[in-house]
Ligand binder design. Sequence first.
Ligand code: EPZ
Length: 428
Amino acid sequence: MDRIAIEGGARLEGEIPISGAKNSAIKLMAASLLTSEPLRLTNMPRLADTRFLGKLLRRLGVEITETDGEQGSETLLHGAEIVSSFAPYDLVRQMRASFNVLGPLLARTGHAKVSLPGGCTIGARPVDLHLQALSALGASIDMHEGYVYAQAPRGLRGAEIEFPVVSVGATEHALLAAVLAEGRTVLKRVAQEPEIEDLALCLNAMGAKVEGAGADTIIVEGVSKLHGATWSVIPDRIETGTYAMAVAMAGGEVRLTGTRFDFLESLWDRMRAAGVDVAATNDGVEIKRNGARLKAVDLTTEVYPGFATDLQAQFMALMTMADGESVIRETIFENRFMHAPELARLGADISVHGGEARVTGVDQLVGAEVMATDLRASVSLVIAGLAAKGETMVSRVYHLDRGFERLEEKLGACGAKVRRIKGDGEEH
Ligand code: EPZ
């Protein structure tokens, strides 16, 4: 298994290009199941998660061609014929969002057998809301031996669905199914993340009729067929926020390019309160921190446009060396502080009680061996390592590879001393 070694203390200077959003790309890939014509996705990130989903989609009958040229990375997905409606456990468990093939398979073929994704390190993450939405759209659903069996032989039909809890995945799943349902679907109390609007706009480019994505209610007028389209994946706001915090932690001046400043207002608010210079540029954001110690600030994770849970671990890393005490509340997932004991191995002073962590800034972190526990937790350890004295060695970086493209190269180009040690012991 690969590891990443970080020699702390280098300032970061330069530019980091931001990739396409992982959490948009994987939902857009699933949309390819809805049409027999090709869907061309540009600005595609190349990640373990997009590879996992690609493997499943190929099994279902989607031909996938990847090209990486000067125009960026593209993926052409062509589901001319769905050859199977079965998503097995060994593929779904590798990447839980694979579960979202259920709705499109059902809408296109009238039936599907998809493995339940199981739990994960950040929380129980049930899929009850996904299944309730598909039932409301007329699917009959049974569950046994870890599989969901869904049927809608005469097709799905529009419905009014009010979600009891705001869920990104359930909103997207309902949308993916409703576009081919007969009649009108009204989805209330939906998630408003930019990735949802991206999915809705791509579906519209494929001939769907979706209105209101990005707000609290989405209205879908079902159509009988979708066609092919070309769609550019939005920039990854979590990657953007992560590098912004890496610069704030290490010190320096870096432009993050090819991204969207407006996706991250709540992060910029907290970073500015902590004393970081943040400025919008014409294609992204410029982050500066020169000299002065950061101030401790509190934060609470919330659904969009609130502070993203996917940036909480990175912000905690930033607070470990701030002046004062920071209270961090996690309200989205019940077990998302696994990085706290790993940060403590670097000398951080953190106490966790339920959904609340208190971080008291220390003068200096010191490098140590630490272990990645999930995707965002792993990158928080890299951020901490950038400011720690000496070497930090992060193991289990396969978590990191699920969502960060060429991390060592991007940080290295700005002067960070980050290297990958391959499982075979070779350094890269
Ligand atoms: C998405 O997960 C993201 N994943 C997560 O990013 C992100 O942390 C999360 O949204 C919140 O922003 C992808 O987009 C692939 P939810 P998702 O459904 O859709 C509960 C990363 O690091 N819930 O909005 O699974 C759930 O348990 C990942 O890239 C139910 O109770 O999140 C949670 O407490 C990690 N029943 C809350 O809702 C359900 O049926 C929000 O989860 C569904 C969800």
